[in-house]
Write a protein that binds this ligand. Structure first.
Ligand SMILES: Nc1ncnc2c1ncn2[C@@H]1O[C@H](COP(=O)(O)OP(=O)(O)OP(=O)(O)O)[C@@H](O)[C@H]1O
Ligand SMILES: [Mg+2]
Length: 255
């Protein structure tokens, strides 16, 4: 087996007396699409925060591409190719939709280097970025909103914008926190078709949080289940769906 792209061990995060994430470990193989499910409050977003570096866990380690990243900032992890989206999107409201996506490409190490060394190449790269921005806006049904301010988008459109922004950074691993919440089903299908293409064409790896079980069954190779901070199941979608512990977690969790 190849080396895992992501290796998470013993992640624990407490908020006062509450253990939101309780000794969670798992690994992701390159080129896979994994769903992370669990009742509300199970600790999914908190786990995402810990893995992506937005909060510091009380314990545990994260390795990405064979190197320890536990002490790196979220920004540092993103530069290595591990990027996440938020359950509540974080676009720049006072920039246009186009600018939001275009800007996301700016901070790439390759971009800074090319711009500094070869101005002509920098221009070429900028035009490639514009083309890519337009392609992504087209894919996510945002082309006719390109010149609108991001702050004027609907909730679902903001999700799509967030997705387009992270793809601009050409990550190896993408962590998506409820990418479809508020997005209409037809567009959701398009989004996952795009995810599949990125996996097959570029070997990209995905971990996504999703509440809709149909979406999970249709689009993931593997499902991780969290309940009350702990990982309680890990397997292929069919097996996990039939797992009594998973059924119990959902019934007991009040969803
Ligand atoms: N900053 C915080 N301070 C205190 N408690 C928090 C904080 N963030 C999360 N929690 C608590 O940690 C637990 C896990 O929350 P988390 O947001 O990770 O759940 P989730 O699985 O993402 O839920 P959902 O499906 O509703 O998004 C919850 O009980 C929540 O109230
Ligand atoms: Mg959440």
């Amino acid at each position: 087996m190849s080396e895992p792209l992501l290796q998470v061990d013993g992640i624990t995060k407490r908020f006062g007396g509450l253990t939101a994430v309780d000794d969670v470990g798992f690994s992701l193989e390159p080129g896979t699409i994994t769903a992370l499910i669990g009742p509300n409050g199970a600790g999914k977003s908190t786990l995402f925060h810990c893995v992506s570096g937005f909060i510091r866990p009380d314990g545990g380690t994260v390795r990405f591409n064979g190197r320890g990243v536990s002490r790196r900032s979220a920004h540092g992890r993103a530069q290595l190719g591990m990027v996440r989206t938020f359950q509540i999107p974080t676009a720049f409201n006072r920039l246009t939709v186009f600018e939001n996506v275009e800007l996301a490409a700016r901070d790439q190490p390759a971009d800074r280097l090319v711009g500094a060394l070869v101005p002509g190449l920098g221009r070429l790269r900028r035009s490639a970025i514009r083309t890519r921005t337009n392609d992504l806006l087209e894919t996510f049904g945002l082309a006719d909103k390109a010149d609108d301010l991001a702050g004027e988008l609907s909730g679902g459109q903001r999700k799509l914008l967030e997705f387009a922004r992270v793809l601009m950074t050409e990550p190896q691993l993408l962590l998506l926190d409820e990418p479809l919440a508020g997005v209409n089903p037809a567009l959701g299908e398009r989004l996952f078709a795009h995810v599949n293409r990125l996996r097959s064409d570029h070997g990209m790896t995905f971990l996504f949080v999703e509440h809709d079980i149909r979406t999970v069954m249709d689009h993931s190779d593997r499902v991780l289940v969290m309940a009350q901070g702990a990982l309680i199941a890990d397997g292929d979608p069919e097996t996990v769906r039939r797992d009594p512990a998973v059924v119990e977690a959902y019934l007991g969790g009040g969803e």
